[in-house]
Design a binder for this molecule. Structure first.
Ligand code: FE2
Ligand code: FE2
Length: 318
């Protein structure tokens, strides 16, 4: 296949062709002010692996077709460095930045129940992203680093990593759908802010999706290649990692969350679902453990954001 960007191209020309390359540069910590230097010169000056930069820039332009070209050429270690920098950018800049815009746009106050729920659900999304990126930073990447240095890791298999992206953007998509369909801005000034923040949310969704795709399409296959070259190391991820990836509720637990969102007591839930109060308490403990949500208000937001109940159904409970 033919690449579109090469190491001898002037970096300025690459940016001129695709301004999104600036995003890669910023996350790799590459400085501006590079004059007429080539991609390779700027990468070398800033300590960035040139092949990794070219893989990212070409992937951004051409998509998955570049995977087979780069899969055995990229430096997995510098690729991980890029992914860690992306996580840092999401957590410390982009997510708080959009939260500030959202707070301003929806006239946030604890008295405004719908606005309160919107911010709470945004915070839950940000928390889910943080849990995911923390898992990668602390459990996945250290094991991959060991493999890169030639050490098999007992019980670790990178293919389990792919499934961890399922449903990542669901909460954010549902949140912006609620805003678009049901939220009435109190003033025209708020409405202008709201349109601006919605565009930012769509961009955030696209950015996050691209990040996950890059991990699934290029990072995972590159690590699989390393795995194949190491002695057999089993096919199970350590139990603690699997536990952290599991978030989904059973159908029975979803029934229970619906009841909690409607303001029902444990006794009322037991009567409605034909189970004992003790069983209700056990289910609630399991739900708390799985979702890391402790309060009825938090479960209400979860129920709305995940489509288990409508805003009308919970109106009297909040
Ligand atoms: Fe990631
Ligand atoms: Fe990820």
């Amino acid at each position: 296949m033919s690449l579109i960007y090469h190491e001898e191209d002037k970096l300025y020309d690459v940016i001129q062709d695709n301004s999104r390359v600036l995003q890669i540069m910023s996350r790799l910590g590459m400085p501006l002010g590079f004059g007429e230097k080539s991609v390779r010169q700027v990468c070398e000056d800033s300590g960035v692996d040139t092949v990794t930069f070219l893989a990212l820039a070409n992937y951004m332009k051409l998509g998955k077709e570049v995977v087979y070209y780069f899969i055995d050429k990229i430096s997995v270690a510098s690729f991980m460095d890029y992914l860690i920098r992306c996580h840092h950018y999401f957590h410390f800049f982009l997510l708080p930045y959009i939260r500030r815009l959202l707070v301003e746009a929806i006239n946030y106050s604890e008295a405004n129940k719908v606005a309160f729920l919107i911010i709470k659900s945004y915070d839950e999304y940000a928390e889910a992203v943080k849990r995911h990126t923390d898992l990668e930073n602390t459990k996945i990447f250290p094991n991959v680093k060991l493999m890169v240095s030639g050490h098999p890791v007992q019980g670790f298999h990178i293919s389990n990593f792919i499934r961890s992206h399922e449903g990542m953007d669901k909460k954010l998509t549902e949140l912006r759908n609620i805003v678009i369909k049901y939220y009435n801005a109190p003033t025209s000034a708020h409405q202008e802010h709201l349109y601006a923040v919605l565009i930012q949310i769509f961009n955030l969704e696209a950015d996050m999706r691209a990040h996950c795709e890059l991990e699934d399409s290029l990072f995972v296959p590159a690590v699989q290649l390393i795995e194949e070259q190491l002695p057999e190391n089993g096919n199970k991820m350590p139990v603690e990692v699997k536990e952290e990836m599991r978030e989904s509720l059973s159908e029975r637990e979803k029934d229970l969350v619906r009841c909690v969102a409607q303001g029902m007591s444990n006794k009322e839930i037991a009567a409605k679902l034909f189970i004992t109060v003790n069983t209700v308490i056990t289910h609630r403990k399991n739900i708390t453990r799985k979702l890391n949500i402790h309060s009825p208000a938090g479960l209400t937001i979860y129920a709305i954001v995940n489509g288990l109940v409508s805003l009308d159904e919970v109106k009297n409970a909040i």
